[in-house]
Design a protein around this ligand. Structure first.
Ligand SMILES: NC(=O)c1ccc[n+]([C@@H]2O[C@H](COP(=O)([O-])OP(=O)(O)OC[C@H]3O[C@@H](n4cnc5c(N)ncnc54)[C@H](OP(=O)(O)O)[C@@H]3O)[C@@H](O)[C@H]2O)c1
Length: 244
């Protein structure tokens, strides 16, 4: 098995990289010298990647479709020879209390937030070797009860469980799997939250502010490169979980 040295230019595969946290993770990895494949459904994802320079490529894929991810991972491996870091970041939020939620929202949430990472892992694994790293992006709602968030919370709780299972399964191949859990971060996903609701959440955050995408990206970078961490939950939430 090959062991990656920090001086090697790593090859990242980041899902949900057209905007928000995924884009910040990709931007930071490139700025620090690695190569990144940005993945999203957006038809302009190749142009989004091109704007980050020659170490970025963009591939259009829907993470809820296993065949999209198999094709995308094979294309990256063809071009760069393999994948060192997989970041399962693509996600969506759908709300609604259990008696009124739309079943289609439930299914889409699970398909994107939980089945998506599973499909991505299965697609990437044939192209990963020892020293590789998988970073899953969880949510505080996957660990605490928020009324009206069963679609999102259940999918993210599932991802937390999947992270631990994969950490044990893939340790024999020296591939690490960890969960980074952002708190309340300013992206398109949270842009629609009312000022009142936002203030109420921020009041629960000990650091008294929302997170910035670059702050989450920095933690993902560090987790991806850590060599003795697997199956861990890395809270990056301004202390929110401590206060719930
Ligand atoms: N923002 C927060 O406060 C927060 C807190 C905790 C956890 N998170 C998690 O962090 C991750 C990123 O969230 P964000 O805030 O950056 O959200 P965002 O701004 O809405 O971005 C979501 C990204 O996921 C992609 N995506 C969605 N469905 C996809 C699919 N089926 N296939 C491929 N790509 C898909 C979107 O691209 P396309 O639409 O182009 O496909 C976009 O790039 C999510 O997993 C989210 O649950 C966010």
């Amino acid at each position: 098995m090959t062991k990656l040295s920090p001086s090697v230019q790593r090859r990242w595969f980041v899902t949900g990289a057209s905007r928000g946290l995924g884009h910040a993770i990709a931007t930071l990895a490139i700025a620090r010298g690695d190569k990144v494949c940005l993945v999203a459904r957006h038809p302009d994802i190749a142009a989004v990647a091109a704007a980050l320079g020659p170490d970025a490529i963009g591939v259009q894929a829907d993470v809820s479709k296993a065949e999209d991810l198999a094709t995308a991972c094979a294309a990256v491996a063809d071009r760069w020879g393999g994948i060192d870091v997989l970041v399962n970041n693509a996600g969506l939020h759908r709300g609604g209390k259990v008696d009124v939620l739309d079943v289609a929202d439930w299914e889409q949430s699970l398909a994107t937030n939980l089945s998506g990472p599973m499909h991505a892992v299965r697609a990437a694994l044939p192209h990963m070797s020892g020293g590789g790293s998988i970073v899953n992006i969880g949510a505080v709602v996957g660990f605490r009860g928020f009324a009206g968030d069963s679609c999102y919370g259940a999918s993210k709780a599932g991802l937390a469980g999947l992270t631990q299972i994969l950490a044990t399964e893939l340790a024999a191949r020296q591939i690490r799997v960890n969960l980074v859990v952002p708190g309340f971060v300013m992206t398109d996903m949270t842009a629609g939250v009312s000022e009142r609701a936002r203030d109420a959440i921020v009041a629960k955050v000990p650091l008294r502010r929302m997170g910035k995408p670059e702050e989450i990206a920095d933690v993902c970078w560090w987790v991806a490169g850590s060599t003795y961490m697997t199956g861990s939950v890395v809270m990056t939430d301004g202390g929110l979980m401590c206060n719930l």
